[in-house]
Ligand binder design. Structure first.
Ligand code: CP
Ligand code: NVA
Length: 314
């Protein structure tokens, strides 16, 4: 008799795509976190789950973590990937790109400049599309980040995550995902660099349901007070290089230093999606400190994305 599996069945994601964090239901998000933890513990159990499946990685922007963790994830699950770098839809309409790809592969992972690009790909392709970072969201990063916080603290509800810096793609995904899971979220950012109002309104709605608090402030001390995790990201995202000088000036007071971190809880961890610019958004000593979990976050990109792939394509 073959051994009886005690694992709960993998829940299939109800929507076909992950374009924004909200495309996962709350239950799917919780299931994904559990599954990611299991896959981390017993990676061999899932080998072959994507056998015979091919996934196209379309990247308009550079990447180390996202590209490689998707490639390794797909390989470990027994699938294949193909990579294409450069403008998506530069040579032909996006609707044609989408209808070519669906004839060859089983899924698309796309890193793009404009959120509209992944939305249009998904509209035209009959296969799942995963947003691997756009100007608005970085949902795969947020999944790995909450997994990292959960591993550190054993729970999420009731914790506080403080994000210092730009109200950018990473901040917006984290804001949605953390308040949804019952974590208080505070963004400390300079004037002119707020997250987009539509995302804030969505986060307020989610916070009202989960009981989490949401604060958006220019006051660093207010953002940091009581924080269990302090997060930052680059001040100048890919595609904004021409604004770098102006941004460096505006964000100076938000640099995560040891003095600043001391305003959070004594056990607070430091987080960054990477790549980091040491000496800008964070000092070298903070990122190298024991409380820094940046490489755990990077590792969890692999596990969270394996769980996501399994739930979408397995
Ligand atoms: N954090 C992250 O997405 O890293 P890459 O830009 O290297 O993919
Ligand atoms: N906000 C950054 C994240 C990089 C992973 C960017 O978009 O460049």
């Amino acid at each position: 008799m073959p051994p009886v599996s005690t694992r709960p069945p993998v829940v299939r994601i109800s929507g076909s795509d992950l374009l924004r964090d909200l495309d996962l239901t709350h239950e799917e998000l919780l299931h994904l976190l559990n599954l990611a933890g299991e896959m981390k513990g017993s990676p061999k159990d899932y080998a072959g789950a994507l056998a015979g499946r091919s996934i196209a990685l379309l990247f308009e922007k550079p990447s180390l973590r996202t590209r490689l963790t998707f490639e390794v994830a797909i390989k470990q699950l027994g699938g294949d990937s193909v990579f294409s770098e450069g403008p998506v839809g530069g040579r032909e309409p996006l609707k044609d790109v989408a209808r070519n790809l669906e004839r060859w592969v089983n899924g698309i992972v796309a890193r793009v400049f404009a959120q509209e690009t992944v939305e249009e790909l998904a509209e035209w392709a009959s296969i799942p599309v995963i947003n691997a970072l756009s100007d608005l969201y970085h949902p795969c990063q947020a999944l790995a980040d909450v997994q990292t916080i959960q591993q550190r603290f054993g729970n999420l509800k009731g914790l506080k995550l403080a994000f210092l810096g730009d109200g950018n793609n990473v901040a917006q995904s984290l804001m949605i995902t953390s308040v949804r899971l019952g974590m208080d979220f505070a963004l400390g950012c300079p004037q002119g660099y707020l997250p987009n109002p539509e995302t804030v309104a969505q986060a307020e709605g989610l916070a009202a349901v989960s009981g989490a608090s949401l604060a958006i402030t220019h006051d660093v001390a207010e953002a940091l007070a009581g924080a269990h995790a302090v997060y930052t990201d680059v001040w100048t995202s890919m595609g904004q290089e021409r604004e770098a000088l102006k941004r460096k000036k505006a964000f100076r007071p938000y640099q995560v230093t040891e003095e600043l971190l001391a305003q959070a809880r004594p056990e607070a961890i430091f987080m960054h999606c990477l790549p980091a610019r040491r000496g800008e958004e964070v000092t070298d000593s903070v990122i190298e400190a024991e409380r820094s979990v940046v490489f755990d976050q990077a590792e969890n990109r692999l596990h969270a994305q394996k769980a996501l792939l399994l739930m979408m394509l397995g």
